[in-house]
Design a protein around this ligand. Structure first.
Ligand SMILES: Nc1ncnc2c1ncn2[C@@H]1O[C@H](COP(=O)(O)OP(=O)(O)OP(=O)(O)O)[C@@H](O)[C@H]1O
Ligand SMILES: [Mg+2]
Length: 235
């Protein structure tokens, strides 16, 4: 049981997550993820954006949710997508996509396996996942290694888009390390949760890491049904 379309969310418990883009692609929220995808594609006009990092200032702001839905949105557009769980502090992608995590990113970086053998297919066509793998004692070092550069080069030759989930910028250095290697970064903010100073600080830290910030995503904004009424009736 994984990301089967039309399976009711309530029947999927535990830490498994429902991805609205896969479950209900026609919903307004899925449409928003497609808008983010389109904006990234426009940003890709002058220079190719293949490796996209998703991060946020603090914990629990919606990085993993955004990264996974964006990965689905890109796959639905026919891109061959690799979603990489680069959050070696609190990995969740293997729960989201219902795959084992006995090996993954760290196994490739420590040369215990190859990328080819480590990524897994998901229930979403065109979407593949490289879960975190076993958590090492020194995540920043592992992520900043030359093995990571080699992995990225190989992944770029195999996939159209590579999306990284990461830990929070204000908590650990890992996102900076990865942002420096990515073609672009997205900063997720959570409505009513992210404080503006934290977001600014995160932006500065990413800029210092020479990350190319593609934009910010506002997550958890409550939408009143009247907003849609307004939207559809005021063309
Ligand atoms: N837009 C949303 N609507 C409803 N629930 C959401 C939304 N975004 C995130 N959540 C839920 O909020 C929780 C935190 O989201 P998520 O795991 O994506 O955040 P995160 O930034 O990756 O957290 P962490 O810093 O722990 O890795 C999860 O239970 C997720 O299912
Ligand atoms: Mg997360």
């Amino acid at each position: 049981m994984g990301l089967r379309k039309k399976k009711h969310p309530k029947s999927m418990g535990g830490q498994r997550r429902i991805l609205i883009t896969a479950y209900d692609p026609k919903s307004p929220v899925s449409e928003q993820y497609r808008t983010i995808r389109t904006n990234i594609q426009y940003a890709s006009v002058d220079r190719e954006i293949k490796v996209i990092l998703v991060t946020s200032a603090g914990p629990g702001e919606g990085k993993s949710t955004t990264a996974a839905n964006l990965a689905v949105a890109f796959a639905q557009a026919g891109n061959k997508v690799l979603m990489v769980d680069g959050d070696l502090r609190k990995p969740t992608a293997h729960f989201t996509f219902n795959v084992p995590n006995t090996f993954g990113l760290t196994s490739v970086l420590t040369k215990q396996t190859t990328l080819d053998d480590a990524y897994r297919k998901t229930d979403v066509q065109n979407l593949f996942i490289l879960s975190s793998g076993p958590i090492p004692p020194n995540p920043s070092e592992v992520l900043g290694s030359e093995s990571m550069d080699a992995l990225l080069e190989e992944a770029k030759s195999m996939f159209d888009i590579i999306i990284f989930d990461t830990p929070p910028v204000l908590v650990v250095a890992d996102p900076q390390i990865l942002a420096n290697k990515a073609d672009g970064s997205i900063l997720v903010t959570s409505s009513g949760k992210t404080d503006i100073e934290g977001a600014k600080k995160a932006k500065e830290i990413l800029a210092n890491a020479k990350a190319k910030l593609l934009g910010a995503v506002l997550n958890n904004k409550s939408i009143k049904s009247t907003d849609y009424y307004y939207y559809y009736n005021n063309k």
